[in-house]
Every structure is written in C-alpha cells, then in structure tokens.
Write a protein that binds this ligand. Sequence first.
Ligand code: ADP
Length: 258
Amino acid sequence: MTPPPLVSLEQVGKVFANGVTALGGFSLDVREGEFLSLLGPSGCGKSTVLRLIAGLAEPTTGRIAWPGSFDTDHRGRIGFVFQEPTLMPWAPVADNVWLPLRLRGVSRKAAQDRIAQSLALVGLQDFAKAYPRELSGGMKMRVSIARALSMEPRLLLMDEPFAALDEITRFKLNDDLLDVQKELSCTVVFVTHSVYESAYLSNRIAVLSPRPGRIVAELAGASSRERDGDFRASLAYADLCRKVSQALTGSMRDGGLR
Ligand code: ADP
C-alpha cells in the first residue's frame, strides 16, 4: 500500500497584495523520504511554494493538506534553508546554530549536543567558536544548513541554497547534502533553477511553468543507489540532464500566463 503523501498542495493559488499572481492551480504531493526538486525560471513561484509549505504564508485559493500524521507528530520539525546564509556576524558559529532552538526557549547548555551534532553533520565540528567573517561562502552555507538541522527536521525546505557558490564548492555541498539526507532520512524539497543540480540531487523533479507557477512536467531522477561517485560523469546523468532540460524548455514554451 502506498503511504499517504507527507503534504499535498491541492489546486493552490497565491495572489499577493500588489496583485501579482505567483501561483495558479498548483498541485503537488510531497512523498515521505524523497528528495524532490522544484525547477523553474526565476519568478515562477518556487519560493512561494516553500513558504506556503512552511506555513509562512497562506494560499489564496486551494488548500494544503497533511494527510498522514506529520502535522501532529512533527510540528515544528520543518527546517528552512534560504539562498543567503543570513548569519549573525557578531555571534560565533555555535550560537548561530543555536538560534532556532534558543527562540523555542532551549538553553545553550541543553542545546549543546544538538549544536555539536549538527555541526558534525556538515563537517564544521572544529569551527564552533569561529565567527562568520572567518568563513568562506561555502562554510557559511554549511552553518546555515547546520542551523536548520539543529531542529532535527523531518522535512527540509531549501531555497536555492547553493546558487551563489562556485561550482566546485557547490558540487561538494551537493554530495554532502545527499549524505546528510541519508543519515537523517528526512524529506527534502529543494528549489533550484539549475537543470544539472536538480538532475544530480533528486529522486523526482517537478518542472514549473513561468508565473503563475504550476507543475507542467514531472521526471523521475536517479535512485540513491544509482548515485555513486561516478554518477556525475555517467551517461545516465547526461541523459537525465537532457530530458530535464527539454522539459524546462517545453514549460517555457507552453506554460506561462494563461
Ligand atoms: P521564484 O522563487 O520562482 O523566483 P517567487 O516565489 O520568489 O519566485 O516569486 C513569484 C512572484 O511573486 C514574483 O513575481 C515575485 O516578485 C512575486 N512575489 C513574491 N513574494 C511577494 C510578496 N511578498 N509580495 C508581492 N509579490 C511577491
């Protein structure tokens, strides 16, 4: 029997106060344990989808349903990673990671183990006392991810987290993110406008139309088993990139303002 989706967006529309229609008829099921990418051109509503799932905004039409027990069992266990690391420059790394726990009233002492574990997961165990200014762009993003992991998320929402990084750093962080997901067995919804990144990371890729965003194509990505060290250089990866790229081109041609 197929388990119910973790969260379902059903015919969701979002119109902002300034009259911009970001989403229209947007339907999507997020399945437990998957790595799902939302791929689409800039401004098509990808971030809006994440914000709606996180409860940071409300749909104008349609609804967001949590058909299983996630909403009751794991309330508060949604991690959000933004495009910019947005660290507090005056606070050391450990305190930056502590922030979401601190906001929930967890003392530094009680949070100590979780901070250490989160930093270890992103390979920054030796940088707890460093300040953001001492870190590279990639390391700052690792701190930002560790901060989301400190909540022990069951659902990790990531909004183009690696867009500002150089390619080598991005490749490394891609691999490390897949390791983290395996270690935590959490569900990831990952927003990107990179065909290559979505094809590398995802079990499933949902392609959005230009604004107002809706899903116009869905592609199966590689399974975690197939994604070994050589995957990036494999024919299977090249073939997947071609298919994803075609779907994106198709969405730009056929989608958009209706
Ligand atoms: P993406 O993440 O795909 O780049 P967004 O979800 O950020 O797209 O934005 C979709 C559209 O909605 C854009 O045209 C953006 O300018 C607009 N938008 C996003 N947030 C707001 C807001 N709070 N108020 C008004 N317009 C917004």
